[in-house]
Structures are given as structure tokens and as C-alpha cells.
Design a protein around this ligand. Sequence first.
Ligand code: AN0
Ligand code: CP
Length: 318
Amino acid sequence: MKNFTSIHDIPNVEQLVQQAFDFKNNPLSQSEIGKGKTLGMVFFNPSLRTRMSTQKAAQNLGMNIISLNVNDGWQIEFEDEVIMNGNKAEHIKEAAAVISQFVNVLAVRSFPTLIDREKDYQDFILQKFIQYASVPILSLESAILHPLQSLADFLTIKENQKTKHPKVVLTWAPHPKVLPQVVANSFCEWMNFADVDLTITHPKGYELSPDFSKNATIEYNQNKAFKNADFVYAKNWSSFNYYGKILSQDESWKISSEKMALTNNGKFMHCLPVRRNVVVDDSVLDGPNSLVIEQANNRTFATQSVLFDLLKNKKNEL
Ligand code: AN0
Ligand code: CP
């Protein structure tokens, strides 16, 4: 694997998943492979889980870590052929090339603008890093996808499924802020690979890009969607079609115990951070069917498995 930006970069998903479970059983089994190697982490946006689980995963493999919050550094110009007489002090060409001198793998978190759909869905910033860095790039959530989250979600479903072909429901839930479609897009990609029956439920106007939702059942009635669900994955996202707009804050879409009672004793999932009693009631989040902490725990082993493959690839060596 050269870079990790989506499920499509993985040559053998089953093998990578098994390797993640092996690391969960024995986190220090490969603690020598990263000796003398450095993981760089560049954050354009805040993080709790991704930052700490990625750091933990790298440490388990014996790596050192250098991290940069971009807002603490120089403002980076991403456009080509601009006269740089504004507030951007350096170009991504130099920035990515220079960071590549210090690190062996470069992890990048960069959210969408939620203003310019075309640029966002080209994954503009991540692609610029891929273009100008000379080391492998690991996505820590880009403008389109959050593949390490989805891999951890996939592991969590595998660990908790009671039937061969579970019903998984991805449900929109209300939120006061404009949020990306990223987690939902990425979850759909992984559920397409998984042997599950995926239903997506949301108010009209919140349709995801068909590139991601095309193989799922779309059900606009949340109560109907929840019927017989084995897993309910809640997430807010802003509109894709009316790009970046909040079209509804309908409280009736909040996940409550009454709603969960419609499911097949379904498990509750969310990538976190979550706003209590806006997205989901305390009773569900604190209840016995909530998997949210295990999802976060699995982030470490998902990332460890991916990092291991990036390190193992001799072609990635400087
Ligand atoms: C981000 C999002 O919705 O993509 C990050 C989630 C992992 N969420 C927030 O900014 C609240
Ligand atoms: N789920 C997730 O990626 O959380 P952070 O934004 O805290 O990293």
C-alpha cells in the first residue's frame, strides 16, 4: 500500500482486518518495525480520538511522532501560479517536500470547506499532499472520507454481529453546526464491502452523493428504517445537494430509547464527538447497547494495522 486514503487503497481488506484484530490481542507484537522511523501528523482541524489513537498506534509499532497544528505554523498556499503577496507565507510544494525530509509517513487531517463542492469532492488538500510529499500519506479524515474511522467501525460491527447478514441503519440526526458528509460517505463505502444490509434514513434534501449511497436502501421514514435493525449508526451531515446547508434541525430525528425499541435489540454507534440530548439521548448513549467507546478503542488497532502495512512496503522506504 502506497498511501491510505480509502478502502480502495487496501490490496486485501480481509487480511488487514485480521491483522487489526491480531494487534488488538497483542498490541506490542511488532514493536520493532517502526524503530528509527517517524510519523508526521499535520492537523488543519481539531481532533481528540484521531490524534491520540494514531499516536498510540505509532508508538505500539515503535515509531516516533512529530505533530503540527497548521494554525501554529505558516499559512499554506495550495493554488498554483499565484503571486503570493497575501497572508499565505509558503506554498504546499515546499511545505510537503520539507516535511517529507523529517518523517517516514505523513498523516493529514483536513475537513471540507462545505462551500466549494467541486473542490471538496476532488479532495483538493489531501491530493496536493500526495502530489508534493515524497513519503506515504495517511488520511486522518479528508474532505470526502474518514477511512480509519470506518475501518474501526467495521471492526466493531464484526465483533458485535450476531447474524451473518445484519441489518445496519445509517441515520441522520440533528445538530446545530454545519458538518461534513465525510463520516457517512466513508461508512457507506465500508458497508458496501461488508456483508450487511444497509439502509440510510434522513429527511428529504439530505441525500448523500450517489457515488456512496447507490447500493443502500433509502428510507425517508426513520421509524420504518429502524425496524429490525441490528446496528443503528447515527451521524449528522449537512446537505450535499444544497451544498453545506442545514435544511432541518427536526428534533424528532434525535435517537431516543423509544426509537431504539423499534430495532432488533440494536446496538447504537456514533464516531464521536457527539452532542448529548441533541443527536442522541443520554439513555441510549449510556445504555448497555451503546458501542461508542469500543468504536473509539478500535481506532488504535485499525490505524496500527494500516501503519504496519505502510511501513512493511519496502517501496515506501526513503
Ligand atoms: C466532524 C465531522 O462530522 O466530520 C468530525 C467527526 C469525526 N465532527 C465535528 O466536527 C463535530
Ligand atoms: N471520531 C473522530 O475522528 O474523532 P476526532 O475528531 O476527535 O479525532
